[in-house]
Design a binder for this molecule. Structure first.
Ligand code: ATP
Ligand code: MG
Length: 415
């Protein structure tokens, strides 16, 4: 999670809203949509005498009848106090101290203490701690959008709204909390979050958000490439990735993530293919998407290097390295991922040559599945001349291995 609103913007928010008493709306959510463990965590904290709520995206999604991706919990208990309440929990984070309550090797729930949004800085001006605890009202205004600042009181079955989130949910609108220019400056990632929520929920962005994105888009380049990698997965590994792509391009945000990428039919078909896989609960890998996004740039670089370098292999390899090095200046890619991207690219040439002697080697190689999938999508978009090559490899697999093209893709555990 990113920055925090300045004291001034907090003051303005409450000054504009004459009263800070919240709206409470009784709602009983579909039990199937709520995570039982999240309910248990909230109940345990409440029983110990603290306030505890479900908060943020999960409340927004429940109100809209969607199954939330994750459940976050906010409380007035300090992290150490929460930690003591759960045997299987641990304190994490230095700047933001949070508690993770563990349920299995893959599943944990995040409990955050209400924060005031104030920051502590060193003499140098560097933020040393923005972990100043606060009350619920202060916790509300450090959040990004009004639809993301709703709290659910499990015991009374009430949604608590201090800031107009319920109204926005009804109207299908996304409004930022506070001054958009300031909030995007504090944390430019909020701009891509706005586009993601707009697309996921099919909501409208407020005009002030649109205007502010137009002005602040270049600030995205100040964000660490590691954080942007995580954000990119959220942007594109979903059921609406291509729409997000188009909007990022429209708002001129895309070039701050992928400066070497230009829209083409390959990207469109690959993003739609990924979305379809997600709909069918099939595994997906970011390696595939990054390989697609950077393919054209790799080809262009290859053409230039090839003029001086005779070996196709060496030219491909050098072009791949250069394009990847350029990319990780913006969005970092883990090593295993760059290795898979490169392998997929390098295999295209081997697949295109269809050498009978190499068939066994190719079919049994670890990277075949992804390279084959990549080739098929190329043949269905930018390289229709490769249709017969794609058909050749489709037939070659008959009786060799089951044909599930992304089944070997690696999937990282998620929250
Ligand atoms: P989803 O999980 O569907 O992607 P979300 O709204 O739950 O959406 P999370 O990243 O899980 O997003 O964050 C949980 C909540 O934390 C948000 O709803 C919001 O209230 C707050 N939050 C997250 N990121 C930021 C940020 N960059 N600035 C301010 N508040 C944030
Ligand atoms: Mg969430």
């Amino acid at each position: 999670m990113g920055g925090v609103p300045s004291q001034l913007s907090i003051f303005n928010i409450f000054r504009r809203k004459k009263s800070s008493s919240p709206i409470r709306k009784k709602v009983s959510f579909d039990k199937k949509l709520i995570d039982r463990d999240a309910l248990k965590v909230v109940q345990t904290i409440s029983k110990a005498g603290f306030e505890a709520y479900l908060v943020g995206g999960c409340v927004r999604d429940l109100l809209l009848g969607h199954k939330p991706k994750d459940f976050d919990i906010a409380t007035n208990a300090k992290p150490e106090q929460v930690n003591k309440l759960f045997k299987r929990s641990r304190l994490i984070g230095r700047r933001f101290r949070l508690v993770h309550v563990m349920f299995s090797a893959r599943k944990f729930l995040e409990v955050a203490t209400f924060r005031s949004g104030q920051v502590k800085t060193a003499k140098s001006g560097v933020i040393v701690r923005d972990n100043c605890y606060g009350n619920i009202e202060e916790d509300v205004v450090r959040r990004d959008f009004r639809i993301n600042a709703l709290y659910y009181d499990v015991r009374s079955e009430e949604v608590i709204d201090y800031i107009g989130g319920l109204e926005d949910i009804d109207a299908g609108q996304i409004h930022i909390i506070g001054e958009p220019l300031v909030r995007f400056e504090e944390d430019p990632v909020r701009m891509i979050r706005a586009v993601r929520f707009q697309t996921k929920l099919d909501f409208e962005l407020s005009d002030e958000i649109k205007k502010a994105i137009h002005k602040q888009a270049p600030l995205l380049s100040n964000i660490s490439p590691a954080r942007l990698y995580e954000e990119c997965i959220k942007l594109f590994h979903n059921e609406y990735g291509f729409k997000v792509y188009e909007r990022l391009e429209k708002y001129d945000l895309l070039r701050h993530l992928f400066k070497q990428t230009r829209k083409n039919d390959f990207i469109k078909i690959a993003l739609n293919n990924t979305s379809n896989r997600i709909k069918r609960n099939k595994p997906v890998t970011p390696a595939f998407l990054f390989a697609v996004f950077l393919w054209q740039a790799q080809n262009e670089r290859y053409q230039i290097i090839k003029q001086k370098q005779k070996s196709v292999y060496l030219s491909m390899s050098q072009a791949s390295e250069e394009v990847i090095i350029n990319q990780i200046k913006q969005v970092s890619l883990p090593r295993w991922l760059t290795a898979r991207i490169k392998e997929t690219w390098m295999m295209q040439n081997r697949l295109e040559r269809m050498q009978p002697k190499k068939m066994d080697d190719i079919l049994s190689s670890k990277g075949f599945r992804m390279a084959y999938d990549f080739l098929v999508l190329r043949s269905q978009s930018i390289n229709p001349e490769l249709k017969s090559v794609a058909d050749f490899w489709t037939k070659a697999q008959v009786g060799y291995k089951p044909l599930d093209t992304q089944s070997e893709y690696r999937k990282k555990p998620t929250k």
